[in-house]
Write a new protein. Structure first.
Length: 193
């Protein structure tokens, strides 16, 4: 079965003295990705002394909306501190879909055509950024890169079968404002404004 690797979290600070750590969750399915027995690839940050490349989940729990995870390889606070900042990756089947029909894996969206409500081609999804607000990265036919908040009001339709995303475009979102000239310093269209 062909798989793809996805980022599911990043190890935060230790919690207690027995190696339990906080995890900055980067998945919509934490209970599935951090299930006991799951082995995750660990990518320590630059300059880290940690040599751990794989971590096996022993248990997880929620504490005041923070995910706490115990990994078999982190037996005490020192080991937990050494792993701090490590990015956690999981392998998922390429054809897997999230349990929620309104959620998508990044790899499902990258490469999809972007159209407006009238069907006019606006560009292509080149990536996503995750944070307080998920953003679609869109490259327009004229080579501009734009960010579109991935919310139902602005992205009312994702059609994986048709390989397209519909964006409720408005001037300044994907289409430049009428007074913006591409390449003019400080303007929206050049990526510096």
């Amino acid at each position: 079965m062909e798989t793809i690797e996805v980022v599911v979290g990043r190890i935060g600070k230790p919690h207690g003295i027995r190696g339990e750590v906080t995890v900055d969750v980067r998945t919509d399915e934490p209970e599935r990705r951090f299930a006991p027995g799951t082995v995750l690839r660990a990518e320590p940050p630059r300059g880290s002394e940690s040599r751990l490349r794989a971590l096996r989940v022993e248990r997880f729990r929620w504490h005041q909306q923070v995910l706490l995870v115990t990994f078999a390889e982190l037996g005490d606070r020192n080991a937990a501190e050494a792993a701090r900042g490590s990015v956690l990756h999981a392998d998922i089947p390429v054809d897997a879909t999230p349990e929620d029909p309104d959620e998508f894996y990044d790899h499902q969206l990258i490469g999809l055509a972007v159209c407006d409500l009238d069907g006019t081609h606006l560009g292509e999804v080149t990536g996503l950024t995750h944070g307080a607000q998920d953003l679609l990265m869109v490259r327009t036919p004229d080579g501009r890169d734009t960010l579109v908040p991935f919310v139902k009001a602005l992205v009312p339709e994702v059609d994986l079968a048709a390989r397209r995303v519909v964006v409720a475009d408005r001037p300044g979102l994907v289409t430049p404002l009428p007074d913006d000239e591409p390449g003019e310093p400080g303007k929206h269209g050049d990526g510096r404004g």
